[in-house]
Design a protein around this ligand. Structure first.
Ligand SMILES: O=C(CO)[C@H](O)[C@H](O)COP(=O)(O)O
Length: 265
């Protein structure tokens, strides 16, 4: 009697577990697909609207920019565009080379027509947190040389206030020997918590393309005046740059889950 009940019960458990795994995989792949699709539509729209023939183009960093470079390469091929690409990181340089685009540098092209870059969070004033990928210094230099900085992102980056959705804080690139005093000064000025960013496939800290460390500042107050905060942090000796981009971006494209694009000016 006991044995004959056991078989259907085991079958039911197996069916239940398989159904759960299937549902989990289905919803996970749908979400991943829509995030990637959202990045792609935003990137394609920005490249189609802003990149022109005979122009200098700043290439941002991160996973969304991969789609922008892909689209640029298609346009260069089909429309025979002449575009010189200025990278914001080692990753951007590799992307430019991979697609056989023309690689330039600020020494010879110090004035950029438009830079298209990703962001970790964008508030309603188009203030950005950047540097999730650790490339904030070169990204800010290239953005500062650009007539226009356009952001491309998926819908999860679109916030009213910084910190609404992005919980990893504001990255700050620092000279390695000064990371502890800088950390203490920022906390005494503005509060919050700071972590030295750790590398993933290496013991110890992340070392940037410029040989520096990154501090991630989890700010406690979302109503700070970001321009003042940025200026104050930059005055601390040893700070190289912050991932706060204030009054630099003129337009953001946010890809939506269903494949449309939201524009914010
Ligand atoms: O600032 C950056 C790298 O330093 C990236 O632009 C930012 O992290 C967004 O990346 P992704 O497009 O992968 O979400």
């Amino acid at each position: 009697m006991l044995k004959s009940n056991l078989v259907p019960n085991l079958l039911r458990v197996r069916l239940f577990v398989s159904a759960n795994i299937y549902l989990h995989q289905y919803f996970y792949s749908k979400r991943t697909m829509s995030l990637e699709q959202a990045k792609q539509v935003a990137a394609y729209r920005a490249v189609d609207e802003f990149v022109q023939n005979n122009s200098i183009f700043g290439v941002g960093s991160g996973s969304t920019v991969v789609y922008a470079v892909q689209r640029l390469a298609e346009r260069v091929e089909t429309e025979n565009l002449k575009v010189i690409c200025i990278p914001t990181s080692f990753q951007a340089k590799q992307l430019i080379n991979k697609h056989n685009l023309v690689l330039g540098e600020l020494d010879t092209n110090p004035e950029i027509d438009v830079t298209i870059d990703g962001a970790d969070e964008v508030d309603s004033n188009l203030t950005l947190i950047k540097g999730g990928g650790g490339c904030l210094l070169q990204e800010k230099i290239v953005a500062s040389c650009s007539k226009k900085l356009i952001v491309i992102a998926d819908y999860t980056k679109d916030s009213k206030k910084l910190g609404d959705r992005y919980k990893k804080g504001i990255p700050i690139e620092v000279i390695p020997m000064a990371y502890v005093p800088i950390k203490n000064k920022i906390i005494s000025l503005f509060g919050g918590e700071i972590k030295l960013r750790s590398a993933v496939a290496k013991a110890g800290p992340v070392v940037t393309d410029n040989g520096n460390f990154i501090l991630d500042w989890m700010f406690a107050d979302q109503d700070l005046d970001w321009e003042k905060v940025n200026n104050a942090i930059k005055m601390i000796p040893g700070v190289v740059e912050t991932g706060l981009f204030v009054k630099m971006c003129c337009k953001a494209y946010f890809g939506q889950p269903e494949g449309t694009v939201k524009e914010t000016n």
